[in-house]
Design a protein around this ligand. Structure first.
Ligand SMILES: NC(=O)c1ccc[n+]([C@@H]2O[C@H](COP(=O)([O-])OP(=O)(O)OC[C@H]3O[C@@H](n4cnc5c(N)ncnc54)[C@H](O)[C@@H]3O)[C@@H](O)[C@H]2O)c1
Ligand SMILES: [Zn+2]
Ligand SMILES: [Zn+2]
Length: 370
């Protein structure tokens, strides 16, 4: 079957020499025939070495498709169902799962399996998912049924960009109506942060990107302001918009600025800028993934004196069995934009064209089809 295999740093290729290691799913597994898969920056980060991963591995983690086969104990989906495939193969029985935090389940990260054969040799999955393959095998808890009227080329984006972006607003930041906000990075994840802030009635949504062509997209999704960070000091520009006092941009202990700032790029310099543009009590939400050994320096006075905080948000703190049907419903009600996120679809064999178009800043999301 066809797919995209990661073979080592800066080396990922389209192949037709993939197979499922076992054609029959385990008792609590589901075989999904992939129909569409978005290309998220985290796939790019595996290829460029920012996210360490052992090759050979089948990439992709933002997919939707049709259930083809189920294991003997699977109860929640059946062949023919349309599903969004979540990346959380969480156990469902541990204290984290049972307190509504599946992203903190020990089984939800770092458990790598080898469900594929590439040229006859075992190949790993990525993010427990591998949506860049015609067929993949996942745990039952990962295959979440959605209504059939949602095009799978749009629904696939729920699997990462939407769960992460929207979840970081509702589950992590817990935005209150009227709060002022800033979002670094108007990509597939940042646009979902922006649209969730619009749904949450944020008081303002300042989109920040280094590409001026991202302004129109940002505004379409709900941004109230746009800052081009290529030619403007974003922290100074945000403090000009929300000064401590009309005559003083920054007050004592850095007062002034926004209530919540999101890093949807994945760089420690941006995380520091997020903190530097926060008002007292402000939250910096870390969504972008920097290098695994990168460190960030933040003046400690921020924390105990004026209650600023830095909060990580892996996968938007999502609860896939609850959030995926909710976002599907919001889409059908016209609240959540999915079709507008799909700039272009490409046959899976054109994976490298998607990477080039992403790099050139042409895409909200590029979606591969099978
Ligand atoms: N927390 C999670 O679970 C999670 C999930 C998905 C993606 N991510 C991470 O989120 C980040 C964004 O992913 P994406 O798919 O939206 O990427 P993307 O490539 O679609 O978008 C990134 C955007 O950031 C902009 N950008 C780059 N440098 C910038 C800078 N210095 N200042 C402002 N904007 C800048 C780019 O122009 C682009 O518009 C990546 O680091 C990715 O790995 C994290
Ligand atoms: Zn992703
Ligand atoms: Zn668990």
């Amino acid at each position: 079957m066809r797919g995209i295999v990661y073979l080592g740093k800066d080396n990922a290729e389209y192949t037709e020499e993939l197979e499922l290691a076992s054609p029959e799913p385990g008792a609590r597994e589901v075989v999904v025939k992939m129909v569409a898969a978005g290309v998220c920056h985290s796939d790019v980060s595996v290829i460029n070495g920012t996210i360490p991963w052992k090759p050979p591995a089948v990439l992709g983690h933002e997919g939707a498709g049709i259930v083809e086969a189920i294991g003997s104990e699977v109860k929640t989906v059946r062949p023919g169902d349309h599903v969004v495939v979540s990346t959380l193969a969480n156990c469902g029985v541990c204290p984290k799962c049972n307190t509504g935090h599946p992203t903190l389940c020990r089984k939800s990260i770092g458990v790598v399996k080898q469900p594929f054969l590439y040229k006859g040799e075992p190949a790993s999955n990525f993010a427990a998912t591998s949506s860049f393959a015609e067929r993949t095998v996942v745990a039952e808890v990962q295959a979440v049924k959605i209504p059939q009227e949602i095009p799978l080329t749009s629904a696939c984006l729920i699997a990462c960009g939407v769960l992460t972006g929207v979840g970081s607003v509702f589950n992590t930041a817990k935005i209150e109506p009227g709060q002022t906000t800033a979002v670094f990075g108007v990509g597939g994840v940042g646009l979902n942060v922006i649209q969730a802030l619009r749904i949450a009635n944020a008081g303002s949504i300042i989109a920040i990107d280094t590409l001026p062509q991202k302004e129109a997209l940002a505004r379409q999704f709900g941004a109230t302001h746009f800052i081009n960070a290529a030619d403007t000091d974003a922290v100074a520009a945000v403090r000009d918009l929300y000064p401590f006092h009309p005559k003083m941009v920054t007050g004592p202990l850095g007062a002034g600025g926004v209530d919540v700032a999101f890093d949807c790029v994945g760089h420690t310099a941006i995380l520091r800028q997020c903190v530097d543009m926060l008002d007292w009590g402000g939250k910096a939400i870390v969504v972008g993934v920097p290098g695994f050994t990168d460190e960030v320096s933040i003046p400690a006075v921020n924390f105990v004196q004026v209650d600023r905080s830095v909060i990580g948000s892996r996968y938007g703190g999502s609860r896939p069995q609850f959030d995926i049907p909710l976002y599907a419903k919001w889409y059908l009600e016209g609240k959540l934009m999915l079709d507008e996120l799909v700039t272009q679809t490409y046959p899976v064999s054109e994976f490298h064209t998607v990477l080039e178009d992403m790099e050139a800043g042409k895409l909200a999301r590029g979606v591969l089809t099978y």
